[in-house]
Design a protein around this ligand. Structure first.
Ligand code: NAD
Length: 271
């Protein structure tokens, strides 16, 4: 079991739906929380809420696509709290568009936030994580291990996280650093509102989902529990667990059912 009391936990995309819930959950577990997100005003509102809950917290604006900002943000955490014990790579965006109707820069943008953002922050925090025998958490998705129709870029970015963090684990686990991949299905957050369309503008169609959307606080509590237990993989809901097994045991069936279900709901514009 990993101790969280008094440890420093840094969360990217901290002002979003799951990010804020993670800050609350790690704070409630006794951790000191460092919040990173793009807009200082969003960080300030989050810090006020966390402070009111008695959480020791600081935060700074950090666009994870900018490596220099990530290095500076990790240094900011180091200066205030002495170093990072747990890094949660949570910042992420999606798109909703079939590839034939998607500009390549939309895919590049999604990869840059979801994959390269995690690379920048993890690389900057790695000396602390090794020195403190810490932990790195990547918020992936069901789309990180299985296909997702009309999300080629999103799925590619999340699959990339698996290759990256599963490989990193083999380098750092012998040094005492834990690596946890989290693969939720659908959570009630702002991700749908913030999704890009194939033209790079906000997506015009609502996301269709399989099963129920989980609440962010419920998923965040499961992530804290898995972090404490030093798990390598967390499938936090029923759809993610079912998707894991069906996609492994019957991949063609999985792809067909997923595409049929989502295509029916999305209509031809998306799929
Ligand atoms: P959200 O849109 O509510 O929050 C995402 C946060 O990331 C926002 O605060 C946003 O400002 C921040 N962000 C975006 N680009 C950034 C950048 N360049 N630099 C720094 N911060 C940036 O969405 P969410 O659902 O809370 O997303 C959190 C994570 O959960 C994402 O990685 C997402 O892929 C993953 N996820 C979400 C769902 C879901 O259904 N909501 C399912 C599986 C996985």
């Amino acid at each position: 079991m990993r101790e969280l009391t008094g440890r420093t936990v840094a969360v990217t995309g901290a002002a979003g739906g799951l990010g804020a819930a993670l800050c609350r959950a790690f704070g409630a577990a006794g951790a000191r929380v460092v919040a990173f997100d793009r807009q200082q005003a969003d960080i300030d509102a989050l810090l006020a809420d966390l402070s009111a809950r008695g959480v020791a917290t600081i935060g700074t604006a950090c666009d994870v696509t900018d490596e220099a900002q990530c290095v500076a943000a990790i240094q900011f955490a180091r200066q205030h709290f002495g170093g990072i014990d747990v890094l949660v790579n949570n910042a992420g965006i999606t798109h909703r568009s079939a590839l034939s109707a998607t500009r390549t820069e939309v895919i590049r943008r999604v990869m840059t936030v979801n994959f390269f953002g995690a690379l920048h922050c993890t690389h900057a925090a790695l000396p602390d994580l090794i020195q403190r025998r810490g932990q790195v958490i990547a918020i992936s998705s069901v789309a990180g291990f299985a296909p997702l129709i009309a999300r080629t870029g999103y799925s590619a970015s999340k699959h990339a996280l698996h290759g990256f963090f599963d490989s990193l684990r083999s380098e750092v686990e012998p040094l005492g650093v834990g690596v946890l991949l989290v693969c939720p299905s659908f959570i009630q957050t702002g991700i749908d509102r913030n999704a890009l369309g194939g033209d790079g503008l906000p997506a015009r169609h609502a996301q269709s989902i399989v099963g129920q959307r989980s609440m962010p606080d419920e998923i965040a509590a499961k992530i804290v529990h898995a972090a404490r237990r030093d798990q390598r993989l967390l499938l936090p809901d029923r759809v993610s667990r079912t998707a894991w097994w069906v996609s492994r045991l019957a991949p063609a069936l999985y792809a067909r059912l997923m595409a049929e279900k989502l295509r029916r709901e999305m209509g031809s514009a998306d799929a």
